[in-house]
Design a protein around this ligand. Sequence first.
Ligand code: KIV
Length: 276
Amino acid sequence: MYTQLEQRGMSEPPINVATLRNMKEEGVAIACLTAYDASFAQLVDLAGVDLVLVGDSLGMVIQGHDTTVPVTVDDVIYHTRSVARGLRHAFLVSDMPFMSYTDPSQALDNAVRLMQEGGAMMIKLEGGADQVEIVKYLARHDIPVCAHLGLKPQSVHKIGGFKVQGRDPKHAARMIEAAKQLQDVGADIVLLECVPNELGEAVTKALAVPVIGIGAGPAVDGQILVLYDILGITLGRTPRFVRNFMTGHDAPLDAVREYVKAVRDRQYPAPEHCFS
Ligand code: KIV
């Protein structure tokens, strides 16, 4: 048993949910990135990234759409399969696309597809208190879940743009409550996007599970960014929380290594990447 780890020539076991939880307990910042293909997956894995997300951001950075809304389950499975082949150490999470989790049974069917056909180790879905029943159902079937709160890009047409969330104290309090409820019904990770530092810190303190932030300030348990943003590939205006790590480097591997170090040392995010 477990010989597969030796066959993969690994000096240490791959990251899993328990590793991530220990990192939170020990105060070791978790470095996460998106990836969509095997070559970049291999590169970010080698650079020491702990968690790789096949995000539905692939709809924007790979497929050229303006939003993540057109991405399908088949698209995510295709990219997850490719990424899974490139990883040896990092934990692999895949996004449940828009409208792929409208009820518990549909959510379970699609989560199982992402895991069995794609090779995902955890699925991520967007939503707050309204997703409690779905997360509970998935957790009851032992599907590892990451709950994405704050700015929910799949709701961009409803929100009216990519905007900072939770500035209003009532909205912030609701988000903290939703995060606790999602943890209590079985979410293993919470991802917080585009919220003020203070709210990032409050959610992190309120939860035992790791909180990964993107534009959620320095107090969260880990950081995630879109790979193409940190490599300076994304043209035009990028969000405030993005830092181009290619600056001063010739090779993407060195840039990703610097990203991992900056997250671990809590040098990223700096005040200019944060919201108040
Ligand atoms: O789809 C994605 O890449 C994401 C990250 C931005 C967190 O959800």
